[in-house]
Design a protein around this ligand. Sequence first.
Ligand code: C5P
Length: 300
Amino acid sequence: MTASSVTVRVPAKVNVQLAVGGARPDGFHDLANVFLAVGLHDEVTVTEADSFALTCAGPGSDQVPLDRTNLAARAAYALAERHGLPEPTVHIHIAKDIPVAGGMAGGSADAAGALVACDALWGTNASRVELLDICAELGSDVPFSLVGGAALGTGRGEKLEPLAVGGEFWWVFAVADGGLSTPAVYGEFDRLSPDAPAEPVASPALLEALRTGDVAGLAATVTNDLQPAALSLFPSLKDTLAAGTSAGALAAIVSGSGPTTAFLCADEPSARAVATALSEASVCHTARVAPSPSPGATIL
Ligand code: C5P
């Protein structure tokens, strides 16, 4: 008997290095994007139904589109089309815990989750290569949501090379009041960085710190080239970054295109203390503690 419902758990990500090149002719930017999956998760449940439906619950879910523009819906339609199914007759339910529009790839995670869940539900048995191919069509961050762990993303971020991680790193994520549009942040990057390099490169020191689990080494090397653009569009994030550093975080950066800010801490107790300080300083909507790395899309 085949299952009538499949649930997949998918992780958020932080970019420990986001090196951005100049705009390409197609409008995208070449990246050296060091992704690290973190322990904040959405759960995507796909159930057989008479016609397509999408629902979402959890913090920020009122901002999530429930039509075919949702990346999770597009993932189901893409897999159905490739396998000659007329329409994905499924109900996709997203239980949200990853900050919405926060620069933590929540929408990309939901797409990877829906794809893996539909593949299992329908028995389409798509190969890993085909799943990654569909992910790359859906968005630059979607392949990483499928694989999780840590990886270097090049091209527009979709070409992945897995990276070894030699230990656990603890983070605090300060969720902002409001969101930032990724295209707007890249647009501001273009305005602020007319001399961006043609070929951004990953930092050998950062990759070594990840490989050896060296938190001080990682804290000394984390960078995000989109940070000046995010701060320009959302200036109050400077106060959030400063509050986390004063509270003892080893490093403070904007997560991806923001506006979530990420604080690397020495260990779990330190992360809990930084989260408490950020909440008490009223410099964010919510402060979340999470370890890394975390696995990619996993069927529960
Ligand atoms: O690939 P994805 O749909 O996630 O990208 C969202 C937007 O972010 C793109 O439309 C583009 O404006 C910007 N982007 C970019 N270069 C990348 C990735 C994203 O300019 N490498």
